[in-house]
Each structure stands twice: as C-alpha cells, then as structure tokens.
Design a protein around this ligand. Structure first.
Ligand code: ADP
Length: 300
C-alpha cells in the first residue's frame, strides 16, 4: 500500500535492466553535472567580462575627465603661453583615450553584429602583399614606443585576392598591436605574406612573453585574457582575437597560433585565393589607414 502524495519511482525488477537503468541515471547525473559546470563557467566568464569591461570603460573616461580639468585650470591663469605645452599634452591624451573608447565600442558593435549574423563583407580585389606591406610601414611609427623592430618578408611581389580590405586591416592590426603589447623592449616583430597557391597565409611573429598551453586552448574564445589582474602589463578586453577569428572565417579562411611562454608567439591567418572582379579603391584604402591605426594602437 502506497501513501497518497508519495512519489513512487518506476523500477523494473529484472536485475539486468536495474543495472542498465542505474547506469543511465548516473550518466544523466554526470551529464547534468557537466552542464551545470559549463553553465557556471560561462557565468564566471561573463562576470569577469563585466568587471573588466567597466574597468576598461572607466580608465579612459577618468583620463579624459582629469585632462579637461587640467585644461580648464591652465586657461584661466594669466601665463597662457607658458601653459600651451601642457594644454597640447592634455589634448593629445584626450584624443588618445577617445580612440581607445572608439576601439572598444567598435568591437562591441561588431561582436553583436556577428552574433546577429549581419556583419557583411565589402569585397573587392586587393593586392594583399602591397596592402600588408604598407600597413607594416605605417605601423613602424607607432611601435617605436617600445623600441621594437618590425620586419616584413614575402615570397611574392604581387598577389591579388578578393577580400574586405577594412576587415583585413582590422584583423592584421589586431595581431600587430597584440605583438607590440606583449613584446619586451627592443624585441622584433616578423610579418610574412606567403603565397601558397590556393591560399595566402599572413603571419605575425613576436619574441615576447608567449602564452601558456592552458590559455592557448581558449585564446580565440570571446573575453579570454591570460592575465586577469587589473595591474596587468597590457590593457585589453579580450574581444580582439575572437573578432579576428570571426572575420577571417567570414572570408572562408582559418586562424592558428603557436606559442611558448618566454619565447614568443606566432599568429597566422590564411585566406582563400579567389578573385571577385570588383576593383578596390586604392586611394580610399591608403587614406583610411592612418585613422584606423590610431584607433587600433590606442591601447598600447
Ligand atoms: P585584447 O583585446 O585584450 O588584446 P585579444 O583577444 O586580442 O584581447 O587577446 C586575448 C589575450 O591573448 C590577451 O589578453 C593576451 O593575454 C593574449 N595574447 C594575445 N596575443 C598575444 C601575444 N602576441 N603574445 C602574448 N599573449 C598574447
């Protein structure tokens, strides 16, 4: 006789089935535990992301705020000429931090476009060798801060492929700015464009701090930052490499990384060698570079 309201579990008294059903239930339990662990891991990652994001947003805002205060104070004094250098310095700092916020906001917008499946490519035919070499040349001005050297090499002079040059520039500058951020003073960055026939491989190699094996496994995941302390050597939100991966994949390409702690890293992306028969606008390509560089290098 069973009491009303008590739940009676179904049980097959055939002993084999009993073992089977036991196994199934422990498998289910394991499945639930795994799901719970992965859910908790996602929550932790999201929490870490928001703590980091608010730090990332507040730091440049605080700098903008104090710079404007300093400018105000300087301009109310009598000795305006003497203050000019200080004001110019403050303006530089304001601009730099505006670029930094622009980068952060651009990345957030692009990530949400990717999630919604509407980050479109603006395809045209581009001589990828010349395009990358040109970015390397302009970048060299920005990497002098750390006394770094940048070396470009290629196995072909010309290789025209169909791509969205603005996205390729973002992808490439992201890898270069990471290489700069995580290099030691006086280090060298090697950029190589390799024509592989059916594809083109672009690599960025540094001899900086490198990445440990465990962090390497998730390096292209969103919000993955190796050093999570707020006092870390380099700033960043952990969105860059996940954007790089998505943008390369939108082109039908692949990304990869090899790294050894203490020795350095090499990031590669490979793009299919296709032609669209749409002519790229060379002037526009070169003119927009300077502004994009200021944005992409703003957190170095
Ligand atoms: P962020 O926007 O913070 O730079 P990324 O997605 O570009 O984010 O990079 C994620 C993390 O990967 C960085 O915080 C850093 O720990 C690590 N990383 C990326 N590139 C390099 C590199 N060249 N050398 C060492 N660590 C790197």
């Amino acid at each position: 006789m069973h009491k009303k309201g008590v739940v009676i579990p179904f049980f097959d008294y055939n002993s084999n089935n009993a073992i089977e059903s036991d196994t199934v239930s422990s498998e289910n339990e394991m499945g639930i535990t795994k799901e719970k662990e992965s859910f908790e891991e996602t929550l932790t990652r999201h929490d870490e992301f928001f703590v980091n994001m608010s730090h990332e947003l507040k730091t440049p805002l605080n700098v903008i705020f104090s710079a404007t205060q300093l400018m105000e104070m300087s301009l109310t004094g009598d000795e305006k000429e003497a203050n000019k250098a200080r004001v110019l310095n403050s303006i530089f700092s304001i601009k730099q931090n505006c670029y930094r916020l622009t980068k952060l906001i651009n990345n957030i917008i692009d990530l949400s476009k990717i999630d919604a499946g509407n980050l479109d490519l603006n395809i045209s035919d581009v001589n990828i060798v010349e395009f990358i070499e040109n970015i390397v040349q302009v970048s060299s001005r920005y990497i002098k801060v750390k006394n770094l050297k940048i070396i470009f090499d290629t196995n072909v002079e010309k290789k025209v492929i169909a791509c969205d040059y603005e996205k390729i520039e973002r992808i490439f500058l992201n890898l270069i700015s990471n290489a700069v951020k995580f290099s030691h003073d006086g280090g060298t960055i090697f950029v190589n464009v390799l024509d592989k026939g059916d594809s083109v491989e672009i690599s960025v190699k540094d001899n900086g701090i490198g990445i440990d094996e465990q962090s390497l496994a998730n390096i292209f995941s969103r919000f993955s930052i190796v050093d999570k302390s707020l006092s870390r050597v380099a700033e960043g939100s952990g969105m860059g490499l996940s954007l790089v991966k998505s943008m390369v994949e939108l082109h039908g390409g692949t990304v990869s990384v090899q790294s050894k702690p203490g020795l350095g890293s090499i990031f590669k992306f490979e793009l299919p060698s296709k032609i669209s028969f749409i002519q790229g606008n060379n002037d526009k390509m070169l003119n927009q570079e300077e502004e994009t560089l200021k944005i992409e290098f703003s957190d170095i």
